[in-house]
Every structure is written in structure tokens, then in C-alpha cells.
Design a binder for this molecule. Structure first.
Ligand code: SAM
Length: 241
């Protein structure tokens, strides 16, 4: 998957996306992430990319020109290999990001993220995008952190990135529920014992226990998820128990 990011602060990305699983996925060729500093595209002689809003008001807005021209350059570079894709504007007014959205974006071959700053965007920038996405109901100083979170969560669904496609599917939210509790060695840590069933070797019993615990945890912590989760018949039977 190719990922382009338009940002005024390209250095912010190296510290996170260059490390760990996403960093390795880039080295192994599963992800190709390019960050473009769109200030380089401004035609303003003082290198400004922002201006005051028409009609007055506090703060400055990102101007259309640098972003239109940076997008045109990215399209020129990528159109032969990636003729289609999604362009995502980070914006508190956008669609709320969640696991289903991450999974949906992972189906694409090319994603472009536009990171805002200041008080927001000249409205005409929205013409360039297929998606407007929000991380949640709060306001960040810029779109960079939101883009990093979205890229990290999306990358987990890109084949090859985790090396084992079973893991994102078992993650919390992937099946609509929270994940069940897990334990590792030792089986007895200072008197705190692992539930016996997990060391029993009985795979059917372990499976049922995990479904039950996943349902229990979701019911206790996020009952709202159960209203929309598409439960399997096995999960429904265990829930009614
Ligand atoms: N005045 C804007 C408003 O009230 O909607 C907020 C602008 S915010 C200070 C600057 C930029 O940070 C936004 O344009 C957007 O790119 C990014 N941003 C802030 N909060 C965000 C959120 N919850 N999700 C995604 N991006 C966000």
C-alpha cells in the first residue's frame, strides 16, 4: 500500500511511523509511506500557507493553493501505479475513525492524508477529498497525530504487515466485541493463578471460555457495542447462558 501524507511538520512522522511494526513493514515493502511538506508548493513570496478568514474571526486558515498544487504533484507521481485511492482530510467534523473504518481503508492500494493546522481549511480544499475523518470529539492542534493513529490502525489490516492475519481479526472491535483476557507464563505468578481451562489443553473448552469472557467484558465495559455487534449463533447461545 502506498500512503502519502501532506503536512507542515514532516519530521513528526519519522519518530512513530519509522519504528516498530509500521517501520518494519516499510522496510519489507508492504507499505510505502511518503510525507510531503506542502509549504514547498506555496507560491507566496514569504512562504506563507495560511491567511485570515473572509468575514473576520479568530485565527488563520490553510489556503487552497499549496494543497491543490501539492496534490497535483502527488497525483502526477502516483497515477500510473495507483490510479485510484482515497484522499482523507483530517477534520474534527469528519466521520469518526474506528476499527471498521481502518479495515475499509486497508482494502485500498493508495491513501493520501491531508493534515490541517491553524483554525482549519479554506472550504474549497474539500473538493480534493473522498473522505473527511475525525479521531474523536476533541480538537487537536494539527492533523498529524490523527493521521498517525489512522495509519497505524489501518496498517494492521494490510496483508503481510503483522505477518499473521489471525491477530487483527481477533483484536478488540474486529468482531464487534472487546477481546477476552489473556495470560502468559508463569501459570502461577505469586499466587495469582491462570484460569485452569487455559492450561487444560481442551481447545473446545478454551474457545468457549474465550467467547464467554469476551462477551462478559463487553457487557461490563462497553454494553453499547452489543447493540450493533453481529453475534454468531455460538456467541448468542453463550450470551443467553
Ligand atoms: N477550528 C477547527 C474546528 O473547530 O473544527 C479546529 C482546527 S484544529 C485546531 C487544526 C487541525 O487539526 C484540523 O484542521 C485537523 O486537521 C486537525 N484536527 C484537530 N482535531 C482533530 C480531530 N479530532 N480529528 C482529526 N483531525 C483533527
Amino acid at each position: 500500500m502506498r500512503i502519502d501524507i501532506l503536512s507542515l511538520f514532516p519530521d513528526m512522522f519519522q519518530a512513530t511511523l519509522g519504528q516498530s511494526i509500521v517501520g518494519r513493514a516499510q522496510e519489507d515493502g508492504f507499505l510505502d509511506i511518503k510525507v510531503t511538506d506542502f509549504r514547498k508548493y506555496t507560491t507566496d513570496k514569504h512562504n506563507h500557507v495560511d491567511d485570515a478568514p473572509f468575514g473576520g474571526g479568530a485565527g488563520m486558515l490553510l489556503q487552497a493553493q499549496p494543497i491543490f498544487d501539492a496534490m497535483a504533484a502527488i497525483n502526477e507521481q502516483t497515477k500510473a501505479t495507483y490510479p485510484k485511492g482515497r484522499v482523507i482530510l483530517l477534520d474534527p467534523a469528519g466521520r469518526r475513525f474506528d476499527q471498521a473504518y481502518a479495515r475499509e481503508l486497508a482494502q485500498e492500494e493508495h491513501l493520501t492524508f491531508i493534515c490541517g493546522h491553524y483554525e482549519g481549511y479554506d472550504e474549497r480544499i474539500r473538493e480534493l477529498v473522498t473522505d473527511e475523518a475525525s479521531l474523536g470529539d476533541y480538537v487537536l492542534t494539527g492533523g498529524e497525530l490523527a493521521a498517525m493513529v489512522m495509519i497505524d490502525a489501518t496498517a494492521r489490516f494490510v496483508p503481510g504487515v503483522l505477518g499473521n492475519m489471525a491477530s487483527p481479526m481477533g483484536d478488540s472491535f474486529s468482531n464487534g466485541l472487546l477481546e477476552y483476557p489473556q495470560y502468559t507464563r508463569p501459570a502461577d505468578f505469586r499466587g495469582r493463578k491462570v484460569p485452569e481451562v487455559l492450561t487444560s489443553g481442551n481447545h473446545q473448552k478454551i474457545r468457549e471460555w474465550r467467547i464467554r469472557e469476551s462477551l462478559r467484558r463487553t457487557l461490563e465495559r462497553r454494553p453499547d457495542l452489543l447493540e450493533t455487534a453481529k453475534l454468531t449463533s455460538e456467541q448468542r447461545i453463550i450470551l443467553q447462558d
